[in-house]
Design a protein around this ligand. Structure first.
Ligand SMILES: Cc1cc2nc3c(=O)[nH]c(=O)nc-3n(C[C@H](O)[C@H](O)[C@H](O)COP(=O)(O)OP(=O)(O)OC[C@H]3O[C@@H](n4cnc5c(N)ncnc54)[C@H](O)[C@@H]3O)c2cc1C
Length: 313
């Protein structure tokens, strides 16, 4: 069944732009438009939009900070939902003794959050320093690095499921792994983190150390979507191998397709120059996969999420 696109948001408290350029809202800054970009003003409205989309069989996608996302040049169909209104950016603290439960909106920016928690002398989140994006995207991707992932401080996740119902999942009922979890599909509207009181100076120093390590090893100032490929599992030991090292050893650093190239700072980052297209990035990814497979027999799996009219993954 289809309904007029305007019916998807009619009577609801939401901003809505038809044929909206969404590529510029990503870290890559490239890619096309969405049929409709919607910013709900309340969680209830977001849930109603999810219900209406489902009823009308209109695809819906959630845009966070766009830090792990590549939008196809032809853009995407359906609705792109953006959690940029104040109700998705709220932060509440609930202190019991030396432990604080912090309820963080899904649209809260990670850079600002790291700074705010350090300012309050709350420790446990410093390892997320330098990782761009929103809390919702970080929970969805179980973002993290050498110091651990977001799941290590996560107590609960509040989600609007694809049928429009809202649920809270305690993390002990979920399994989190490397950049993945068993959290059901839906919109992460907030996350509850458990944090300990600590020495503000020490916390600030930890943040600086994590940030400096990222800046030294990754092209933070370039346009990218972070690691292009997941680190593959070494089947003989069960441990993760570095996709960056594998790509580097295959001699692919600085390989370019159009305006996209393999970063010379970190070979698992594909960076773009002004004028690059999404197609440049996708064809470079395909070349890397096939050359790595030829050289090593390994099939690299994509970490970057690609949105296109042809795939709704
Ligand atoms: C320079 C750079 C460095 C990076 N370094 C790291 C790193 O060290 N470690 C790491 O893990 N990642 C890293 N990344 C990748 C990125 O920061 C993370 O994957 C981050 O969690 C993406 O969050 P986002 O809000 O930008 O999500 P987006 O890119 O907007 O979306 C990614 C996916 O999450 C979904 N999503 C977004 N918000 C929500 C929500 N509220 N509810 C449900 N689903 C949602 C989207 O639909 C999409 O499927 C890096 C990226 C860049 C550009």
């Amino acid at each position: 069944m289809t309904i007029a696109r305007s019916n998807l948001v009619s009577g609801l408290d939401a901003d809505c732009v038809a044929d909206a350029p969404i590529g510029p809202l990503t870290w890559y800054g490239i890619g096309g438009r969405a049929d409709m970009l919607v910013s709900p003003h309340t969680i209830k409205t977001a849930a109603e939009i999810v219900r209406r989309c489902r009823h009308a069989e209109v695809p819906i996608r959630i845009l966070g900070g766009g830090a792990n996302l590549l939008v196809d040049d032809d853009g995407v169909d359906g609705v792109v939902l953006r959690l940029d209104q104040p109700c998705f950016r709220a932060i509440e603290f609930n202190r019991t003794g030396s432990v604080t439960a912090a309820r963080i909106g899904g649209g809260v920016d990670l850079f600002g959050l790291v700074t705010e928690l350090a300012r309050r002398g709350l420790q446990g989140f410093e390892h997320m320093a330098g990782i761009p994006g929103t809390v919702g995207g970080a929970v969805r991707m179980n973002a993290g690095g050498s110091g651990g992932d977001i799941a290590s401080v996560l107590d609960a996740v509040e989600v609007i499921l694809l049928d429009g119902t809202t649920r809270t999942f305690n993390t002990d009922a979920l399994a989190f792994g490397y950049r993945e979890s068993t959290l059901p599909e839906g919109i992460v509207t907030s996350a509850v983190l458990h944090l300990e009181e600590g020495d503000p100076l020490e916390i600030r120093q930890n943040v600086k150390t994590f940030f400096a390590a990222k800046k030294a090893g990754q092209p933070m100032a370039d346009h990218s979507a972070g690691c292009a490929f997941r680190n593959p599992v070494d089947t003989s030991t069960g441990s993760l191998m570095s996709a960056g090292k594998i790509i580097d050893e295959a001699g692919l650093k600085r390989l370019a397709h159009g305006g996209a190239s393999v970063s010379d700072r970190h070979a698992n980052f594909i960076v773009v120059q002004p004028g690059a297209s999404s197609r440049d990035v996708q064809s470079l990814m395909a070349t890397i996969r096939s050359m790595v497979a030829q050289a090593t027999g390994l099939q690299l799996e994509r970490e970057v999420v690609i949105w296109s009219r042809h795939s709704h993954a």
